[in-house]
Design a protein around this ligand. Structure first.
Ligand SMILES: [Zn+2]
Length: 313
């Protein structure tokens, strides 16, 4: 199957999030995971296959700088999609700010792009997000609506590649539930990243998620909601966010640690006369796959691949 859009991968989850008659335990979110190398991309999809879950793979601007080419990433993702037809997955560009670069990603074949104008005024955020939504919905090589769009309202604290927001600044900028409906309507976006107390990177102390704020936001819009800063959020908080209608959860930093730890261990135990890179990178790829499968259980999206495919085809 071809790559699918984030709107498609979250459609079934969103339906369950919005239906008050659905048992909150039946709700689920799709996991979104950062990569910066091809073995990580393959590990992410292999983990999703193992868990029979849908998955989103994310390219940060830092990872793009390292890899050097949107075309290379898009072509690799298309190749992976052919090799793993049973896994519904999305190729997503995360926290991008340069409008021309985002449009280039759309044309290259990314199936979701995030325009992050959250540090700008409300009006500028709307104007930029709308420009990207209009473009992405029309200009994907996969046809009309072949690429969906995520935007952000409010600001998350923390550090991740090119993003640096102090906790003090972010505290002033939780997502304002009163602005959500207007933002979604005026921009035409497909998913909204919300700032409700999580942060990028590792936490010094467990984050305090504002569940009352999430409830208000969920009430005020029927668009899909995204939680950034998933590394280190306690399992019960993930489950609560999902039960309250979160459709996508981002995990970046935690996955880097899992990969690096496995590679470090592989190098330490490699006999001195062995020179096979597969014996170093391979365990990293396997560790990523195991982590994706574990997170799919927390997000309750394990076993949901078929439901996602049925909602599309
Ligand atoms: Zn983020």
């Amino acid at each position: 199957m071809p790559l699918i859009t984030m709107k498609q991968v979250m459609a079934d989850s969103l339906k369950k999030a919005l239906d008050p008659n659905v048992d909150p335990k039946e709700r689920y979110a799709v996991g979104a995971f950062n990569f910066s190398t091809i073995p990580e991309m393959v590990g992410i999809v292999e983990g999703a296959r193992e868990a029979k879950s849908p998955v989103i793979m994310m390219l940060s601007l830092g990872a793009l700088k390292y890899i050097g080419s949107l075309e290379l990433v898009a072509a690799t993702a298309r190749g992976i999609a052919k090799q793993y037809p049973e896994v519904p997955f999305v190729l997503h560009l995360d926290h991008a700010t340069d409008l021309e670069m985002i449009k280039h990603a759309v044309v290259c074949g990314f199936t979701n792009v995030m325009i992050d104008a959250s540090s700008e005024s409300f009006e500028t955020n709307i104007a930029k997000s709308k420009e990207i939504a209009d473009f992405a919905h029309k200009h994907s090589p996969y046809g009309i609506n072949g690429c969906s769009v995520e935007a952000e309202l409010g600001m998350l604290a923390g550090h991740e590649d090119n993003i640096n927001v102090s906790e003090e600044d972010a505290g002033k900028a939780y997502t304002d539930p009163a602005l959500v409906a207007e933002f979604v309507e005026k921009t035409g976006i497909d998913a909204l990243a919300v700032a409700i107390g999580t942060a990028h990177g590792f936490y010094k102390a467990a984050p305090e998620i504002k569940f009352d704020l999430l409830a208000e936001i969920r009430k005020n819009t029927d668009t899909a909601l995204v939680l950034h800063g998933g590394t280190g959020v306690p399992e019960e908080d993930f489950r609560k966010c999902v039960a309250m209608g979160m459709s996508k959860i981002n995990v970046g930093t935690g996955l880097k640690k899992v990969y690096t730890d496995a590679v470090r261990e592989a190098i330490a135990t490699l006999p001195a006369d062995e020179y096979d890179p597969r014996k170093i990178v391979g365990p990293g790829r396997k560790a990523i796959a195991a982590e994706i499968a574990a997170k799919s259980e927390f997000f309750n999206c394990a076993g949901k691949a078929d439901a996602v495919l049925k909602s599309i085809y």
